[in-house]
Write a protein that binds this ligand. Structure first.
Ligand SMILES: [Ca+2]
Ligand SMILES: [Ca+2]
Length: 113
């Protein structure tokens, strides 16, 4: 594991990845269901109502916005569960998270410019 202080969010709860408001108003499911793009978060699974951006007939990319910026979820292996999460914040910074072994892990962060 990379022990660089920048990666200090390893092992943090999902709420640190998403903030408090991203899924406001959405009701989590106990588990992913067929046909959506599901994101694991504290409290359950959320369908981000993804679009088929590459035209292969499977939804693959879902975007949410909140007061803090934009969140883009991508399903890399077409299993209906989001694997990558890009966060672009209003303050000009980004984060890249990867979902593996049942939790979100911060892979990269920095300034957009
Ligand atoms: Ca697709
Ligand atoms: Ca997936």
């Amino acid at each position: 594991m990379n022990m660089d202080p920048e990666f200090g969010l390893f092992g943090s709860p999902d709420s640190d990845a998403f903030g408090s408001g991203l899924f406001d108003g959405a009701v989590p499911a106990a588990e992913p269901a067929p046909g959506g793009l599901w994101v694991h978060a504290d409290g359950g699974w959320y369908d981000v109502h993804a679009l088929d951006t590459d035209g292969d007939g499977m939804v693959d990319t879902g975007t949410l916005t909140d007061a803090d910026g934009t969140a883009v979820f991508t399903d890399l292996d077409a299993d209906g569960v989001a694997d990558v999460y890009h966060r672009v914040r209003e303050n000009g910074t980004f984060e890249t998270w990867r979902f593996a072994a049942g939790r979100w892990r911060l892979m990269d962060s920095g300034d957009i410019a």
